[in-house]
Design a protein around this ligand. Structure first.
Ligand SMILES: [Zn+2]
Length: 378
């Protein structure tokens, strides 16, 4: 009886939200605006997901200086702080503005991303989702691609230090290569990185070639699925199903991280890919099943990229619903659609459902998958 009571207190899904996260925003003219996450959060509210007793929304919190230094250099942290006090110019080559309050906002992303991750690590929530998080381009000594500090990399270090979870599976389906995390743990055989992205010859940051499979002891623990432009559900789901389950079963992770940037969705202004809703729900559902099988369910999804606001709102709501078995209504609530049109000045979608997309890149992706299977002896 006692066990049953305890079990019922475990949440199915932990989220995090707070005004501090809303400040991680580079302005209305910049693609990485906080409106993306805000619209997703309000859609989750409008469909009733946030009211579920098995869902909890944690308040945002700030990371400490020590937390930032678990992955970043002291020079970088001081550079960001000083540049944000000045409040003009860029933190990198021209993608990430130095704004007043930017330091605190970046600390809020790292702190809040950890609070969700920590709740799952403690076993108080089965899964988690961090809308403003997944800043996968940040390097130890360098800001890059809208990413100031790398919450994902800091979470990996803390999962090990605070909980002894050594083996981390990192699955990144954002359209861009997750270079900050992949290279951050490139020699580490206890981080299995499987990164699906648009071929770096066509998209920022230009890295993530097939041949990059890790270095030293980490050789064989990085898989870069550099997909051809215009790849769709057909190619993505094929590659995902052929590689992710067998690699994870062999690796036996203690914890699974999913970077669920939705910028590979058709119509995203920054990429050339053509995924639909089907890819995101498929990846989330599959990883959830694998997490239940392999690591007591421990799975956290991180928002990352996605630059079409409606896509972010709908796809991230579906990811959250998939994580907590919540049945979404077929139609998007009218009141939410009206506020979306007023705020974003675009028509809102009417329904969640989308048709599975197909492409002519499958033969190339099949070859790539065969090559990986040969390399990994699958
Ligand atoms: Zn991206």
């Amino acid at each position: 009886m006692e066990e049953e009571t305890l079990h019922s207190e475990v949440k199915k899904l932990a989220l995090v939200w707070g005004p501090a996260l809303f400040n991680y925003d580079f302005g209305s003219e910049h693609p990485f605006s906080a409106v993306r996450a805000l619209q997703a959060h309000t859609l989750m509210e409008a469909v009733g997901l946030l009211k579920q007793p098995e869902v909890t929304v944690l308040p945002s919190v700030y990371a400490s200086r020590e937390d930032l230094l678990l992955f970043h250099t002291r020079e970088l942290v001081e550079f960001v702080q000083n540049a944000c006090v000045r409040g003009h110019g860029f933190l990198d080559e021209g993608d990430t503005p130095a704004l007043e309050g930017g330091m605190e906002a970046a600390e809020a992303v790292v702190g809040s991303s950890w609070s969700v991750t920590e709740m799952v690590a403690k076993g108080e929530a089965r899964t988690g989702m961090v809308l403003v998080g997944g800043l996968h381009h940040a390097h130890p000594g360098r800001v890059s691609g809208f990413c100031i500090f790398n919450d994902l990399a800091i979470n990996i270090v803390k999962l090990r230090q605070n909980f002894g979870f050594q083996r981390i599976a990192y699955i990144d389906i954002d359209a861009h290569h997750g270079d900050g995390v992949v290279y951050g743990f490139y020699e580490d055989p206890n981080v299995l990185a499987i990164d699906f992205h648009e071929d770096g010859r066509y998209l920022f940051p230009g890295t993530g070639d097939l041949n990059e499979m890790g270095r030293g002891a980490g050789n064989g623990f990085t898989f870069n699925l550099a997909l051809p432009p215009y790849s769709s559900d057909q190619s993505f789901i094929y590659a995902f199903d052929e590689l992710v389950p067998p690699l994870l079963r062999r690796f036996k992770p203690d914890f699974i991280m999913l970077v669920t940037g939705v910028d590979a969705h058709g119509g995203d202004p920054l990429s050339d890919m053509n995924f639909s809703s089907v890819s995101y729900t498929h990846a989330t559902r599959t990883l959830r099943t694998l997490a239940e099988e392999l690591c007591d369910g421990r799975l956290v999804a991180y928002g990352a990229g996605g630059y079409n606001v409606a896509t972010c709102a709908l796809r991230w709501t579906e990811v959250a619903a998939t994580l907590c078995d919540y049945a979404l209504p077929e139609y998007i609530p009218q009141a939410w659609r009206e506020q979306f049109t007023r705020t974003i000045k675009e028509d809102a979608p009417i329904t969640f459902s989308e048709n599975r997309t197909s492409d002519n890149t499958l033969p190339r992706v099949e070859k790539m998958v065969d090559w990986f299977k040969m390399k990994a002896k699958l």
